[in-house]
Design a protein around this ligand. Structure first.
Ligand code: IMP
Ligand code: MG
Length: 191
């Protein structure tokens, strides 16, 4: 495992190179899975969950060789806390319509899955043709997630994860790799 290059990172879990090659693979799979339906005139929309999934979305969209639309939503779940509240608030809804379209929800990380379960439920009201989930990461926890992820990048350890879009209190999003945040950082701030 590569050495952390930031003093607050305890361990690099997935390097820039590992992420790039995995995102390419996911893009290829999505291309294969949706090619026929898109050729038949059915639309494909990627819905990025801001802000954590923005970097993943930008790379994934370029790895999909099909015409598609991109939209964004903002939901709040954790706030600046390191533990899930299980409640979400929609802060920014879709700008465009996904009615009759195939939607892929693009998320940074699944922990309990409660955020995506609520979001999926909310989106059903917009009458898409289908909804699937693409998440860069899913935490390796004892409790099964509340949603199924069709396109998963990696399973990651159950620590607090930052980098490649993921933050702790809005920091570390621009790290090019995914790493485990040193617990001292949030323990100090929550004390
Ligand atoms: P869930 O509802 O428990 O699945 O939590 C998912 C949401 O919490 C994601 O949208 C993430 O933004 C955030 N989240 C969960 N775990 C982490 C983490 O380790 N680092 C950064 N954000 C996280
Ligand atoms: Mg998030």
């Amino acid at each position: 495992m590569q050495e952390p290059s930031h003093p607050h990172i305890r361990q690099v879990v997935f390097s820039k190179e590992e992420i790039a090659s995995r995102v390419e693979e996911l893009g290829t799979r999505i291309t294969e899975d949706y090619a026929e339906r898109v050729a038949a005139g059915e639309g494909l929309s990627l819905v990025c969950i801001l802000r954590g999934a923005a970097l993943f979305m930008a790379d994934l969209a370029r790895a999909i060789q099909l015409p598609l639309e991109i939209d964004y939503m903002t939901v709040s779940s954790y706030g600046d806390q390191a533990v899930s509240s299980g409640e979400i608030t929609i802060k920014k809804d879709l700008d465009g319509s996904v009615e009759g379209r195939h939607v892929i929800l693009v998320e940074d990380i699944i922990d309990t899955g409660l955020t995506l379960r609520s979001l999926r439920h909310h989106l059903l009201a917009a009458a898409p043709r289908s909804i699937e989930i693409a998440s860069l990461l899913q935490k390796d926890t004892d409790v099964p997630a509340a949603v199924d992820c069709a396109y998963l990048g990696f399973t990651c350890p159950d620590g607090f994860i930052v980098g490649y879009g993921l933050d702790y209190a809005e920091r570390y999003r621009n790290l090019p790799y995914v790493g485990i945040l040193d617990p001292k950082i949030y323990e100090a701030e929550q004390a």
